[in-house]
Design a protein around this ligand. Structure first.
Ligand code: 2PG
Ligand code: MG
Length: 437
């Protein structure tokens, strides 16, 4: 057993968008100290664990002093005396204290900061890197990155509608090479933008290029061209992932607005539009092609895009119950896992393990509002998730995670395998509903 927790202190920090977030310090009986901070999304789904925000004038209502107060008065005192490394036990206690399924009473932002800080302290006290200390049942591996090249949607003042156009270095032989190739694609994309008269100096929330290219297809074509400019073979060396984040495009009447193209489509039409992009461009992964509760839309997506990696973010919200339903009904063949959507570390790990058992691919993901913490990288390695999405290759809150993975690969655990292109949901296999139909 790790030395017991003796002190827990919450405080208000800032995330990468300059918005308040909950930070938590934990001290153990042997004097070990650790701090962790909760990330926060902009394109948040309805089924996520709920952050507690003050709603007062300071920080435009986004202050988190109430959540911090709950860490100091309720959550912290309740975990003093417990084993910092026992994430399951700790998280059970934290969930019971809150008592609501979405942790909205005490605040999922506070709960997550406590569970993470305890895990980091437990690993540090045992003298083990976090990825080695986390209790996961899978074989650890270095994840294949999917990296934001051009941003749109809620992360880029809606320059275009799709939120992320990402590069996937499918054919890279190592994590380090995957980042080198990504850098070449980013530079080529920036050069293309400048040739078109746009500024490559304007970046979005995750450090991606932000440009109003007039249409979603043109934006994806720009990245496809950049892959070729970088001297990489499209479809084998490198490919494209798109996060449509379609929940954000919903109108009040259930249609989807592509504002940059002045078009409004129903779910079938939107999926057909995306299918068209996928036919002509080297796209291997499509995330949230329709809204989180659009069951018919997801059925259409499974039918028309299920031969690709069909990735659910808002759809599953890192929620075990929604994943269970999704597996039953064949909603998608891959899941995005964001610990703060779940609210606890053990909950996020359980979702990853459930997905793996169901034969789904998994992408561990940062949020658009991040911190300089690197625990997400360790989580991806420990759970052998296979893929990770952290934003672009620049800005400190992003490089904290990439650098952690570079460090693990080159120094801390050079024997770990690199998941590579095999980590993608197997191309050509349909989603579960199709298989059983
Ligand atoms: C997403 C994430 C990360 P946010 O939708 O996948 O890009 O965005 O954190 O704003 O939900
Ligand atoms: Mg998403």
């Amino acid at each position: 057993m790790t030395p017991e927790i003796t002190q827990v202190v919450g405080w208000e920090a800032l995330d990468s968008r300059g918005r308040p977030t909950v930070a938590c310090d934990v001290v153990l009986a042997d004097g070990t100290r650790a701090t962790a901070k909760a990330p926060s999304g902009a394109s948040t789904g309805r089924h996520e664990a709920r952050e507690l925000r003050d709603g007062e004038e300071r920080y435009a209502g986004r202050g988190v002093r109430r959540a911090v107060g709950h860490v100091n008065a309720v959550l912290g005192p309740a975990v003093v005396g417990l084993d910092a490394a026992d994430a399951d036990g700790l998280d059970r206690r934290l969930r019971a204290l809150d008592g609501t399924p979405d942790l909205g009473r005490l605040g999922a932002n506070g709960v997550l900061a406590v569970t993470l800080a305890c895990a980091v302290a437990g690993a540090r006290s045992a003298g083990r890197p976090l990825f080695a200390a986390l209790q996961a049942q899978a074989e650890p591996s270095l994840p294949l990155p999917m990296v934001n090249i051009v941003s749109g949607g809620a992360h880029a003042a809606r320059a275009v509608d799709v939120q992320d156009v990402l590069f996937v270095p499918l054919g890279a032989a190592s994590f380090a090479q995957a980042l080198e190739w990504t850098d070449a694609v980013r530079r080529a994309a920036a050069a293309r933008l400048e040739r078109l008269g746009h500024s490559a100096a304007l970046v979005a929330d995750e450090g991606g290029l932000a440009a109003a290219l007039g249409s979603n297809r043109a934006t994806i074509e720009l990245v496809a061209g950049a892959i070729e400019d970088a001297g990489l073979a499209p479809g084998t060396d490198g490919a494209i992932a798109v996060d449509v984040a379609a929940t954000e495009l919903l109108t009040g009447s259930g249609t989807y607005r592509l504002a940059s193209e002045r078009r409004e489509l129903d779910a079938e039409e939107l999926v057909a539009e995306i299918e068209g992009w996928c036919r002509e461009l080297p796209i291997v992964s499509v995330e949230d092609p329709v809204g989180e509760d659009d069951a018919d839309g997801w059925r259409a997506a499974a039918r028309r895009l299920g031969h690709l990696q069909l990735l659910g973010d808002d759809l599953f919200a890192t929620n075990a119950e929604r994943l269970g339903r999704g597996v039953q009904e064949g909603w998608a063949n891959a899941i995005l896992v964001k610990p703060n959507q779940n609210g606890t570390l053990s909950g996020a790990i359980a979702v990853l393990e459930r997905a793996r058992k169901a034969g789904m691919a998994a992408v561990v993901s940062a949020r658009s509002g991040e911190t300089e913490d690197a625990w997400l990288a360790d989580l991806a390695v420990a759970t052998g998730a296979g893929q990770i999405k952290v934003g672009s290759t620049m800005r400190g809150e992003r490089t904290a995670k990439w650098n952690r993975l570079l460090h693990i690969e080159s120094v801390l655990a050079p024997d770990l395998p690199f998941a590579g292109g095999r980590a993608l949901a197997p191309l050509g296999t349909a989603v579960a509903a199709e298989r059983t139909a």
